[in-house]
Design a binder for this molecule. Structure first.
Ligand code: CDP
Length: 224
């Protein structure tokens, strides 16, 4: 069976990671969460307690080694040998990840890693620029959207389940701010590839959105 590349892009809380993870399991594909990589670089920068300048970040990059390891409870993110999968989801990392991700050398390094990870196909990769920059020739491109209200509700619940209490208004503000930043940056802004299929997940269940993606993927795989 042909092994295709499935790119899933979209704004925060649109359902990318949940959809990508389950769809990958169903297809027997590898799931790659590129946001986790940008979050790991952000964590390394926060720990260094340095200013956020392009110069500082670019110098730090040589000492930042990121690995993505599959495990029974999903993909683990390893930063210089340390499992930081939980720490990269803190509000502090989330608040700083967009400015770090807008820096050219950070994107160059991570895009190169992502291309290497996906080069043999059979991957579902989620992010902001997978269908536009990382794999512009991906066989299937999905762009997930949902209203800011729905996305904030989902994210608030997700954090609550992890024991983090944050008001929905605050989360909504952060999501809108991050979308604005990600969409307006100069390099690789968040945008829908011209040949991506847009799915609005506002009124879909997780099962519903996974079903759609798997169906589209099987169509493409069978066509190859
Ligand atoms: O899960 P959520 O949608 O909140 O975010 P994420 O996928 O973990 O990505 C975190 C941040 O990393 C985004 O807000 C972007 O600033 C950045 N990112 C990016 O620039 N390019 C990607 N391919 C993936 C993430």
């Amino acid at each position: 069976m042909k092994k295709i590349i499935i790119a899933i892009d979209g704004p925060a809380g649109s359902g990318k990671s949940t959809t990508a993870k389950i769809a990958a399991e169903r297809l027997g594909y590898v799931y790659i969460d590129t946001g986790a990589m940008y979050r790991a670089v952000t964590l390394a920068w926060l720990r260094a307690k340095k200013e956020l300048t392009e110069d500082i970040l670019c110098k730090m990059l040589d000492g930042i080694h990121i690995e993505l390891k599959p495990s029974e409870n999903g993909q683990r993110t390893i930063l210089n040998g340390e499992d930081v999968s939980d720490e990269i989801r803190t509000i502090e990392v989330t608040k700083n990840v967009s400015p770090v991700s807008a820096i050219g050398c950070v994107r160059e390094k991570l895009v190169e890693m992502q291309r290497e990870l996906g080069k043999n196909g059979a991957v579902v990769m989620d992010g902001r620029d997978i269908g536009t920059i990382v794999f512009p020739n991906a066989e299937l491109k999905i762009f997930l959207i949902a209203s800011a209200e729905t996305r904030a509700q989902r994210r608030t619940l997700e954090l609550k389940n992890k024991g983090i209490e944050e008001s929905i208004e605050e989360i909504k503000k952060q999501i809108i701010e991050r979308d604005r930043y990600d969409s307006s940056r100069e390099i690789s802004p968040l945008r829908k590839a011209y040949d991506a299929i847009e799915i609005d997940t506002s009124n879909l269940t997780i099962e519903g959105q996974v079903e759609k993606v798997v169906e589209l993927a099987l169509e493409k795989i069978n066509l190859q």
